[in-house]
Design a protein around this ligand. Structure first.
Ligand SMILES: [Zn+2]
Length: 465
């Protein structure tokens, strides 16, 4: 076959369309291959996260035979992109797993945390998939590569990652075949990030599969959200209260530490103890320290000047349960940063039980709160909530900063697409609620006259390469 004779690849949207979580895409081909050279690649294998982590949808069979997959490419280490790998392994996967090096290092603490939750479920047999042995096996199949390193794959494919700027290690996967390129964005970062490099420009894709979490909404800028954070901290000091911050362990926690580090170094906030009370976030922060090669120039400069960007006077890291329990004895005012980000588990709920009933305290929400979570109930104005079987009155003030999102907003998603050349044949808008994905599709069509669609689950398309 001549090198550039057009060939067909097939793309299936197995999950992660019409919804934010559960990313799972299958690329296979070339379709007319009779020599046994056709390949099957999976891009991401995430848990669908709804009101309940162990959603039934996650335990259904995969739409393909996991044993036939050659390579699973991972865009980043969030659970909605890696959380279903233990099931994939259990169901027969024996291929290779590829990601950036930093993503590979984040996988162990992230999957072990999931094992700690799902591995307890002996009733549904989830403990057979989610255990330490499975995580070890998964890591033994895993190869981490540098950003921009081109990996040659049998069958004429080349794979590489560009920086997505979403979380440490996040990469946009570029797959080249027969002179044409398809790019899977994974999640796209809310650049400029305080710590990470900006999302790289993509201008030479023939096909693009992009996220759309905030396809129809815009956020505050970094300056605005920092001003809000500073004000909330100052108000808490004046009120002599406890500022409790439920936080996502991966990226949000490190960003908050970084911004508060800057406030403290520049004496922008009055001194008060700040407790970092999340074992997972503490472990993940260690992985950040190891991968400063992923940081932007500003963060690198601060580190080069001798400042540890995740440590400052007043910060108390409480890894053990005993240390965590001592926080209550520390006098006010104080700040407590703890997981989980939506208050659906983790140490934050104990602090909420203690501090929500008092009006001098403040609960600061820094991220999206899913329907059905404790965080969402509080965000929606509940005056009573049930925590650990106790009725807890909500008298604390509730503050909210939306700008801490790790995702590009609508305008920045469009800015990302604006670099595409006319050579792009189709843009698939995925990983967003239908309203958000469809809004973005319409905007891409209107602004750039490009062909964009929002596929549905199980849709299959043949792509000419
Ligand atoms: Zn993500």
């Amino acid at each position: 076959m001549a090198a550039h004779e057009p060939q067909k690849l097939k793309l299936t949207f197995c999950a992660g369309t019409g919804t934010v979580t559960g990313a799972n895409f299958l690329l296979e081909g070339p379709l007319d291959d009779t020599t046994g050279g056709a390949k099957k690649f999976l891009i991401d294998c995430g848990l669908t996260q709804g009101t309940k982590l162990a959603d039934d949808i996650n335990w259904q069979d995969f739409q393909y035979d996991p044993a036939t997959i050659d390579i699973l490419f991972i865009t980043h280490a969030h659970i909605d992109h890696i959380g279903r790998i233990p099931k994939l392994l259990h169901d027969g996967f024996k291929g290779k797993i590829v990601s950036t090096k930093a993503t590979k290092d984040l996988v162990l603490p992230m999957l072990m945390d999931t094992v700690g939750i799902l591995g307890r479920d002996t009733l549904d047999g989830l403990d057979e998939m989610y255990n330490e042995e499975a995580v070890k096996k998964i890591l033994s199949l895993w190869e981490g590569i540098d950003y921009h390193h081109v990996m040659n794959i049998e069958g004429g494919f080349q794979a590489s990652y560009k920086d997505a700027g979403h979380i440490l290690g996040s990469g946009m996967l570029e797959l080249v075949f027969n002179g044409k390129k398809i790019v899977f964005t994974g999640d796209l970062g809310n650049s400029p990030s305080p710590i990470l490099r900006d999302t790289e420009i993509i201008d030479d894709a023939d096909y693009l599969v992009m996220e759309s979490v905030y396809g129809d909404r815009n956020h505050e800028s970094r300056d605005e959200r920092n001003k809000m954070l500073e004000r909330v901290i100052e108000d808490n000091y004046k009120n002599k209260g406890v500022l409790i911050v439920p936080t996502f362990s991966l990226e949000r926690s490190q960003e908050l530490l970084y911004e508060i580090n800057n406030f403290v170094e520049n004496k922008q906030i009055p001194p008060m103890p700040i407790f970092f009370d999340s074992p997972l976030a503490i472990h993940l922060t260690e992985v950040y320290r190891k991968h400063t090669e992923c940081f932007n120039e500003d963060a690198k400069k601060i580190i080069a000047s001798g400042d540890d960007i995740f440590t400052f006077p007043g910060l108390k890291v409480t890894l053990s349960t005993e240390d965590s329990k001592m926080i209550v004895d520390s006098p006010n005012p104080k700040i407590i940063i703890a997981g989980s980000g939506m208050s659906n588990g983790g140490r934050i709920v104990h602090h909420e039980q203690n501090y929500l009933p008092h009006k001098e305290n403040t609960l600061l929400l820094t991220g999206y709160q899913s329907v059905g979570t404790l965080g969402r109930l509080i965000e929606d104005g509940a005056t009573h909530v049930s925590i650990n079987g106790m009725d807890v009155k909500v008298h604390a003030q509730i503050a909210k900063i939306a700008g801490y999102s790790g995702h590009k907003d609508s305008d920045h998603l469009l800015e990302f697409v604006s670099h595409m050349s006319d050579k792009v044949k189709k843009i698939f808008v995925v990983m967003g609620e239908p309203k958000s994905a469809l809004f973005l599709v319409q905007k891409i069509r209107d602004n750039f006259a490009l062909d964009a669609v929002a596929p549905q689950v199980n849709d299959t398309v043949e792509l000419l390469f």
